[in-house]
Design a protein around this ligand. Structure first.
Ligand SMILES: [Zn+2]
Length: 489
């Protein structure tokens, strides 16, 4: 497909090169629509060896905007904010500022947009300049409030981008079932409905009543069943492109839509390591678009430049929080892996909270923060990378048999080291766990709310309001002041 893509690009280039000689209003004479998209940025605005950051993305976008006769659409398919210190510290505002600078046209809501409470990111589209505003809409046509069965006020089902010669409709949706990837308490007021009927109605309306010439569906989702159903929509409900997200995979695929046309389906990795670059040729004779030709650009394999203005802004943002983020908390005693940090964190919770036993889900410790090698100076920023989630500690009472059931069933957790399992016997602080005895159990709210057994069986529940990340930071500081290196035996 790349060959075709290059060939088409060349044709367009030649066409544009000749047609521009004629003068006229070049800004309105488009031969091509270029759709650029990223997804799952996770706050990775810095440029480094693996990620091109917002300055690299911006450079690529600008190069495309310079091409004569080319309309450019810039999209983001969700999970943009959560995941880096520079973003999390400001609840995503730094990312929104840079997305404004790059002039993104729309963004889909992802599951991680719920991590601080959805209202924390919706404030960027609430019309109140005091808490900073995004210059682009947040989309999700199937994200409904349980109470009203309606979209939250500040989320749009779609947006229309008007290029004068043609109009493009962009419909957003969030994947059905990915509610389970969100802390239950953060998503309890919402549900994600089957997006297909919504997309069908909206697409039809956009084409028949709102003058849209091309329909792009942008999902924070990578469910092939849903994607096939969307592609199968026909007549004026049909769609011309599907942009995916959530699974952090980079690909270009094609599906045949309900009108028998091949349409691109793309996803662009994560953390600004790729973007998707899709071209639709525009036929001015009959005001129609030809088939789309897509390519996913792995930025790591691409000669990519830097947008200096954006990079300066990112540097300033980093300088501003350096006094907080740059504080060295301790020194790694050895090559530290994800599992050892998970176990250490469970012990840190046990030592910091009034409880008998503590646990944390292993997914809370992010693999992207590693390796951390022996002698590494562990800063606050590094702890944000290790634990980007604002997970709070909850504590509850559980009986011994309930605890044992939970530990037998849930595999993806780290449990404090005062628990020793020997075959079928569970020992806590050296004593056999008694079935009917009540134990005080502390864990992150994500785990507590996610697991039905903890959620339903826990009594005397206490929401501590203490962030697990703060426990990690304070414990590391304390260990260092006691002359201990991080994870020293
Ligand atoms: Zn996601």
């Amino acid at each position: 497909m790349k060959k075709i893509f290059i060939y088409i690009s060349l044709l367009v280039f030649l066409f544009v090169a000749t047609s521009c000689n004629g003068g006229g209003n070049k800004n309105k004479e488009y031969n091509k629509l270029k759709v650029l998209s990223i997804n799952d940025l996770h706050g990775a605005i810095d440029q480094n060896d693996d990620n091109y950051g917002m300055s690299g993305i911006s450079w690529y976008v600008n190069e495309q905007r310079k091409v004569e006769g080319q309309a450019v659409l810039v999209l983001a398919a969700g999970d943009m904010f959560q995941g880096s210190a520079i973003s999390n510290y400001y609840y995503g505002q730094t990312v929104v500022e840079l997305m404004n600078d790059v002039k993104f046209d729309a963004m889909t809501i992802g599951n991680h947009e719920f991590d601080w409470g959805l209202e924390e990111v919706l404030k960027y589209v609430d019309g109140n300049e005091d808490n900073y505003e995004a210059n682009f809409p947040f989309l999700a046509c199937n994200l409904l409030e349980k109470e009203t069965n309606e979209l939250p006020d500040l989320i749009d089902p779609y947006t229309i981008v008007d290029f004068e010669q043609f109009q493009v409709g962009i419909i957003g949706y969030i994947g059905v079932g990915i509610e389970t990837d969100i802390s239950a308490s953060k998503v309890e007021d919402y549900y994600f409905a089957d997006p297909v009927p919504y997309i069908s109605n909206i697409s039809k309306d956009l084409r028949e009543n709102k003058g849209c010439d091309l329909i792009i569906v942008m999902g924070h989702d990578d469910n092939s069943t849903t994607q096939n159903q969307i592609a199968a929509l026909s007549g004026s409900s049909s769609v011309d492109m599907i942009i995916a997200g959530h699974t952090h995979v980079t690909y270009t695929r094609y599906l045949t839509n309900g009108n028998g046309v091949e349409i691109p389906l793309t996803q662009a990795g994560t953390a600004a390591d790729a973007l998707t670059d899709t071209s639709f040729l525009y036929n001015k004779e009959d005001n129609t678009f030809g088939e789309g030709y897509a390519d996913t650009v792995d930025l790591c394999d691409y000669e990519i430049g830097i947008d200096e203005a954006i990079q300066n802004k990112v540097d300033q943002m980093n300088d501003k929080i350096e006094p907080v983020m740059g504080e060295v908390l301790g020194i790694a005693s050895k090559n530290v892996n994800r599992s050892s940090v998970g176990n250490w964190t469970a012990d840190a919770i046990l030592a910091s909270i009034d409880c008998d036993i503590a646990a944390i889900n292993s997914g809370g410790i992010r693999s992207s923060a590693f390796p951390i090698n022996e002698g590494y100076s562990v800063t606050v920023k590094k702890i944000y990378e290790v634990m980007p989630f604002d997970n709070f500690i909850k504590v509850c009472d559980l009986t011994g048999s309930q605890l044992i059931n939970i530990f037998k069933r849930i595999q993806d957790i780290h449990i404090s080291s005062n628990l020793v399992i020997d075959g079928n016997s569970y020992y806590l602080n050296g004593a056999l766990i008694e079935n009917d005895k009540v134990y005080r159990f502390a864990c992150v709210d994500y785990l507590y709310d996610r697991d039905a057994e903890i959620y339903e069986c826990g009594t005397n529940v206490e929401f501590t309001g203490i962030l697990v990340r703060d426990i990690m930071i304070n414990t590391l500081k304390l260990e260092t002041s006691n002359g201990k290196k991080w994870l020293e035996d």
